[in-house]
Design a binder for this molecule. Structure first.
Ligand code: SF4
Length: 396
């Protein structure tokens, strides 16, 4: 695996991870599009389809409030394939993440991966770390064309991960699945939740991500939705220190680093480069937009409802029978989320709003207004004298 260069955006990190995994391969219909070429008002960089809410685990922080049984109104195989047909209309190489619940709870998962791959989608997967994720399953998914698998590790040891997840044995099963993926040649992504309960584990987790041979570490800053409402976020000051540390990690790590629901990571990286003697001083303005909910990012629920992200429970309608592309491009909800000049509070006054924009999901969770300030960001624009939001935090 080639080492990805320093990255500071979700799209760049995703693309570099893909490029690393495909190094040496000829261009194909599913080659990752150049992130800088994607007009996020026309297509998402990432389309997540929550194929089911069913999962054998019952993790304390689950966004999906996962349950053991599949929902009776879940999209059928035929409806799921029609959804993938719609995803293809966004353009070639569309990245589709099959999430859950546990996608492996669906018996048609391999069929869906193969169907999407055959039409030129880049199909990836976020299974749960359970005993059903065997080497045979990994091999079948790889044969079907899956491009990457993401697994969650929220602690660097069995004790800390299993305590956080509330499931004994989860750590060992996840690590075993990660090693099976690597042995099979399937590029691996590790997802980690950052909150008061996990933040001290990050350095050890970083070592584990490298040891597992992952191509990408996706660091999710807690948004209090689903069962995650019972967890404690870190403070804006601690988040700032974590992001500064992540920029250092990204410069030397043998894997890419991206944040989820923390676009101010881009602002931190830009400020860091500005401070470096060899960096252009005005790099913060005028670059392509970063990915945020509804702006490069879209989420389809297990019953076909379209959301700007899985952490922002405001819907632009149901796409079971069509309308995915049109709703992404034209719905009032998605269009408003893409208007960085419509942001309120200090995000609206911030010179970094076009490269950052704050987590719209966290703003919604805290205020009910998706255009409000992100309370996890500690940056205060120079001329801003309005209210400063803050998160309820612990563990600092
Ligand atoms: S104030 Fe808002 S737009 Fe500015 S860096 Fe913070 S989160 Fe991003």
């Amino acid at each position: 695996m080639s080492r990805p260069p320093h990255v500071d955006t979700d799209a760049d990190a995703e693309a570099n991870a893909d490029a690393g995994s495909d190094a040496g391969a000829p261009p194909t219909a599913t080659a990752p599009p150049d992130p800088s070429s994607i007009d996020t008002s026309r297509r998402p960089f990432v389309l997540i389809w929550e194929v089911t809410q069913a999962c054998d685990l019952a993790c304390d922080h689950c966004r999906a409030d996962a349950t053991p049984a599949r929902h009776p109104d879940e999209l059928t195989t035929a409806e799921g394939k029609r959804l993938l047909d719609q995803a293809r209309e966004f353009g070639p190489g569309q990245l589709v993440v099959l999430s859950g619940g546990d996608p492996l709870a669906r018996s048609d998962l391999v069929d869906l991966v193969e169907y999407g791959t055959d039409m030129g989608l880049r199909m990836t997967l976020t299974p749960s770390g359970t005993s059903s994720l065997t080497s045979e399953t990994v091999a079948a998914l790889l044969d079907a064309g899956v491009k990457r698998m993401a697994l969650s590790l929220d602690g660097a040891t069995a004790a800390s991960h299993d305590a956080f997840r509330g499931e004994d044995g989860s750590f060992d099963q996840t690590v075993a699945a990660a090693r099976a993926a690597r042995e099979a040649g399937l590029p691996l992504q590790i997802n980690t939740t950052v909150c008061a309960q996990t933040v001290d584990e990050l350095p050890a987790l970083c070592d584990l991500v490298a040891d597992l041979g992952a191509v990408l570490w996706s660091v999710f800053f807690l948004v209090p939705v689903g069962r995650g409402r019972v967890l404690d976020p870190i403070s804006p000051e601690r988040a700032e220190r974590v992001m500064e540390w992540l920029t250092e990690v990204s410069e030397d790590a043998p894997f890419g680093v991206k944040t989820t629901e923390a676009p101010h990571y881009r602002r931190v990286a830009i400020q860091r480069r500005r401070d470096a003697s060899d960096a252009p001083p005005t790099d913060g303005i005028g670059r392509r937009l970063g990915i945020t909910a509804g702006d490069g990012f879209a989420f389809v629920s297990h019953t076909g409802d379209l959301f700007p992200s899985g952490f922002l429970p405001a819907t632009a309608g149901n796409v079971r029978d069509g309308g995915l592309v049109e709703r992404y491009r034209e719905s009032d909800l998605f269009r408003s989320l893409r208007d960085r000049d419509a942001l309120g509070g200090k995000c609206g006054a911030c010179e970094f709003r076009h490269v950052c924009g704050g987590s719209r999901s966290r703003a919604y969770a805290h205020t009910g207004d998706p255009l409000a300030s992100d309370p996890l960001c500690g940056y205060v624009p120079a001329d801003y004298d309005g209210p400063i939001p803050g998160t309820r935090s612990a563990g600092d």
